[in-house]
Design a protein around this ligand. Structure first.
Ligand SMILES: [Zn+2]
Length: 151
């Protein structure tokens, strides 16, 4: 790899190792150098307090996090829509934080109502949205956020 080959860091959703790989390899479905499982799964990843910071700040893919709780009806309604959006946007890391279990994360990100989606790029919050959305709206919301951020 030459020095000017664009590359990015990707946190493995399985073993949480930070991988560095050429951006051009992303569409090939790259595997983790450590655990050899797929780095891009197209499925939402559950984040706990131990790994949330790493995934939000070290991933160089945009990260969208769904803050939810099992008792919340609209959250459960949005679950399949979020999973569908994840399957259709493999270049975005989709993650979920159960605020009932991970109360410190809910507080840290100032979550006042659920569901709330937050879009992070390079660890920076780009935008947030409270309330349930369907899969098309989630994808449109992400695309708008990225374009407003100049990405
Ligand atoms: Zn791994």
């Amino acid at each position: 790899m030459s020095a000017d080959t664009p590359s990015l860091h990707l946190v493995c959703p399985h073993c949480h190792a930070v991988n560095r790989l050429p951006s051009a390899r992303l569409p090939e479905g790259p595997a983790c150098g450590q655990c050899h499982q797929a780095l891009l799964t197209g499925k939402p990843l559950d984040l706990t307090v131990d790994i949330a910071e790493k995934h939000i700040s070290r991933n160089e893919l945009p990260v969208v996090v769904d803050f939810w709780a099992p008792w919340c009806g609209p959250c459960r309604m949005m679950t399949p829509a979020f999973a569908q959006a994840a399957a259709e946007m493999p270049g975005i890391r989709f993650a979920k934080i159960n605020t009932q279990v991970e109360t410190t994360l809910g507080q840290r990100f100032g979550i006042r109502s659920i569901p709330t989606l937050i879009l992070f790029v390079g660890g920076r919050e780009i935008q947030r949205q409270a309330g349930a959305m369907d899969a098309v709206s989630i994808q449109r919301w992400i695309a708008q956020g990225l374009s407003q951020a100049g990405l």
